[in-house]
Design a protein around this ligand. Sequence first.
Ligand code: IMP
Ligand code: MG
Length: 178
Amino acid sequence: MEKLIVNDKSFEIYINESEILERVKGLAHEIALKEAQHKPVFLAVLNGSFMFAADLLKQINFNCEIQFIKASSYSGTTTTGNLNVQFGLNQDLAGRHVILLEDIVDTGTTIVKLKSELEKLNPASIKICTLLFKPERLVEAIKPDYTGFIIENKFVVGYGLDYNGAGRNLRHLYSEAN
Ligand code: IMP
Ligand code: MG
């Protein structure tokens, strides 16, 4: 298979764009069935979820709002456990149904910390929607409410996900090649 170099590592296609978009459509449908009546607030977690959020929200036809927050806890290919959250929320989330949009739930550390920060704002509910979920790496007692793909314990880049800042622009998802 064709190899792609990002920084100092070699990657190969893992999930191609059309498979991603097909699954994203399915996710939008699952979400619509359960959340449409709530006028939810989608909170996209930057930077990693920008492509996923855009494609997912284009498939959402019910009344909703969209906000962005920034969280980062990663350096290289391993989690550091330190979470840096920049809210920049210009809206009151009290009493609202919030759906967090994440690129990937790996150890679960980021999403657990984010969730506890958001709980302080007294939303009616907080759900987690993630494009990717690596259950083998999970250390927190948390399960995403909506998952695009359950994946093996592989480092992936593309479709918003980065390796040391690079690769976010790639339209397919790539995994590290052996
Ligand atoms: P967690 O806190 O360990 O769940 O890590 C979540 C964050 O780590 C994600 O939002 C990503 O930014 C990053 N991350 C985890 N696994 C990968 C990966 O395979 N490729 C790129 N980024 C990843
Ligand atoms: Mg990242």
